[in-house]
Design a protein around this ligand. Structure first.
Ligand code: RB5
Length: 146
């Protein structure tokens, strides 16, 4: 599975900790930037990652900024993206099972490194439950987007 990842300066350090974890799980990761801790604007990173997931080039996307909020707002403006801002493993599991989220947002200044690694591992390895009620709810989101 191909994973797109991106961060602003506020999420850069956490992103660099997460990339080897994702690779160790057997996924191929492409980093959309930023390349260092110099200040950048999170929309310039989050929109390209979200578009790469929405157009099918990548199966899933992970975006990191200081709080995770800015990147999640951007990602969720792209049609077809269901981006979940998670601060614990339960949220990561439930958003995969219930929302079939295709993007994960994290706050580099909010969650610690070990917790973030656990969130990412859970999110990447949990399947959508495919429950009828969840499929119906996602269908309503898709209808609204259309
Ligand atoms: C950058 O200082 C910060 O605003 C950004 O990383 C993010 O937290 C925005 O939501």
């Amino acid at each position: 599975m191909k994973i797109a990842i991106g961060s602003d300066h506020g999420g850069y350090a956490l992103k660099m900790e997460l990339i080897p974890v994702i690779e160790k799980l057997g996924f191929e990761v492409t980093d959309f930037g930023c390349p260092d801790e110099k200040s950048v604007d999170y929309p310039d990173i989050a929109f390209p990652v979200a578009e790469a997931v929405a157009d099918g080039r990548f199966a899933r996307g992970i975006v990191v900024c200081g709080t995770g909020i800015g990147v999640s707002i951007c990602a969720n403006k792209v049609r077809g993206i269901r981006c979940a801002l998670c601060t614990d493993e339960t949220m990561a599991r439930l958003t995969r099972e219930h929302n079939d989220s295709n993007m994960l947002a994290l706050g580099g200044r909010i969650v610690g490194t070990e917790l973030a690694k656990a969130i990412v591992s859970t999110w990447l390895t949990t399947e959508f439950s495919k429950g009828t009620r969840h499929i119906g709810r996602i269908g309503k989101i898709e209808k609204y987007e259309a």
